[in-house]
Design a protein around this ligand. Structure first.
Ligand code: CMC
Length: 428
């Protein structure tokens, strides 16, 4: 294949380099386009065809349903690794040795205390506040309590910020939930593993011992791994673009959390469960909702279906569907919502509209059913997604800083008014 692409604009030919990734993905490098064409830009709303960076973290092939972190398949990682190992892998590029993992976790634990004044901020939120709004605000507030997290130029300073946020974030996650439930805000227990600690911080009742349930620990570990990174999606691109102004890790993550909140992105897991509940309340008529999803005059979409990149199947959804069956069975939970979800999936897979548009269940379709079986409230589902995505956001932010990427600043095609004279107010 030629490594030059030729573009003809206004009768003039321009040669652009063609670059190839390690998985033979091909891209036209347009870095010199404006300079050589006298100001011509490309336009691509939603960045459907635009690579915003070169990255060595996550590879996904949407046609084949492949997802790999640093070369390792998601199926193998979900089965054999734990969340902290995957976090290390994503951030530093290699699976850790036992010593490396021990040091990493011990550094995280040593930074896990959140300034007690953060409780006052938590207290100031109304109980009705959505946990994602609270989490984004608290993560941003951490910057004020940890100003050294902003000017991070050396790898050592970056490392300190990374272990700090990995230590403090689960505390914030637990506090957003406990605040809503009127439970006392507490710190974790550093004698526990990362995921066990998260669960204890979330669920410990003030008057009872918290007993770990292995089924729940393993299921949460798996869910967090499956959510840990997904290359340049909406929230990750947000983290990278905010970080590109050198705003600091915590501020970048706070922006990423806001981006994840939306129902077209991470907020879909909450929306899926609300949709399944609504179908159940409405008598379980899945056909009616399929018809609504296909009706172009109806804004309703089948939540948990479709993906910008996966056009065959979402490998995460496959793993989660199996896990949902296993977890519900192990916990002895009989949730009618699972049957509705499976029915809806069957109908969609055999429906022309969905087949033609290559719409398959995504990661969010079954995850909420597992979260619910664990006792996690629906409004917290996207917060759990954020907890899983944290290592991915950190890895992408760190890569962007180490590669010394320039500040993100897209161009636009102006379609507004041309020059006009100012009119005084009495003449308007
Ligand atoms: N229900 C019904 N129709 C759909 C759906 C859906 N869930 N998703 C896409 N379509 C239709 C859409 O109307 C369009 O039809 P047409 O070609 O006739 O105009 C076609 O399929 C292509 O859709 P699109 O909106 O152009 O595709 P996109 O790549 O811009 O959007 C998406 C991807 C995920 C935002 C979209 O599929 C969607 O809104 N899904 C529901 C929300 C959801 O589950 N989001 C979670 C994504 S996975 C977790 C994450 O990483 O965030």
């Amino acid at each position: 294949m030629s490594n030059i692409a030729t573009l003809e604009v206004n009768g003039q030919k321009h040669e652009l380099p063609v670059v190839t990734g390690t998985e033979n993905e091909v891209a036209i490098d347009i870095k010199s386009l404006r300079a050589t064409t006298g100001g011509v830009i490309t336009i691509d709303p939603g960045y459907k065809n635009t690579g915003s960076c070169e990255s060595g973290i996550t590879f996904l092939d949407g046609e084949k349903g492949i997802l790999r972190y640093r070369g390792y398949s998601i199926e193998e990682l979900a089965e054999k690794a734990d969340f902290l190992e995957v976090a290390y892998l994503l951030i530093f590029g290699e699976l850790p040795s036992t010593e490396q993992l021990d040091k990493f976790y011990s550094d995280i634990k040593s930074k896990s205390v959140v300034d007690d004044d953060i409780r006052k901020i938590v207290d100031a939120f109304p109980k009705s506040a959505h946990p994602m709004g609270v989490l984004s605000s608290l993560t941003s507030a951490l910057t004020a309590f940890n100003p050294s997290s902003v000017n991070v130029d050396s790898e050592e300073e970056m490392y300190n910020s990374v272990v700090k946020i990995l230590g403090k974030f689960p505390v914030l996650v637990a506090w957003t939930m406990r605040k809503k439930q009127g439970l006392p805000l507490d710190y974790g227990d550093n004698s526990l593993g990362y995921v066990e600690n998260v669960l204890k911080m979330m669920f410990k009742q003030p008057n009872e011992e918290y007993i770990q349930n292995k089924v729940i620990v393993d299921a949460l570990d798996k869910l967090l791994i499956l959510h840990a990174d997904h290359e340049q999606n909406c929230s990750t691109s947000t983290v990278r673009i905010v970080g590109s102004s050198h705003a600091g890790l915590f501020a970048s993550l706070s922006a990423g959390i806001s981006a994840l909140w939306g129902p077209l992105h991470g907020g879909a897991n909450q929306a899926v469960l609300e949709m399944l509940e609504a179908i159940k309340e409405d008598g379980g008529d899945t056909k009616k909702y399929m018809a609504k999803a296909k009706d172009k005059n109806d804004p309703f979409r089948l939540m948990g279906f479709g993906h910008r990149v996966y056009k065959n199947f979402d490998p995460r959804a496959k793993i989660i569907k199996v896990a949902a069956d296993e977890v519900l069975e192990s916990l002895g939970v009989d949730d009618p919502i699972l049957a509705i979800a499976k029915g809806l999936e069957q109908e969609a897979l055999n429906d022309d509209y969905f087949v033609k548009r290559k719409l398959y269940p995504n990661v969010d379709f079954y995850s909420g059913i597992i979260y619910r079986a664990m006792g996690i409230p629906t409004e917290m589902f996207t917060v759990m997604f954020a907890l899983g995505r944290l290592p991915g956001w950190i890895a992408q932010w760190r890569e962007m800083r180490l590669r010394k990427e320039p500040i993100g600043r897209p161009r636009q095609l102006y379609i507004g008014e041309t020059y006009r004279d100012f009119k005084n107010i009495e003449k308007r």
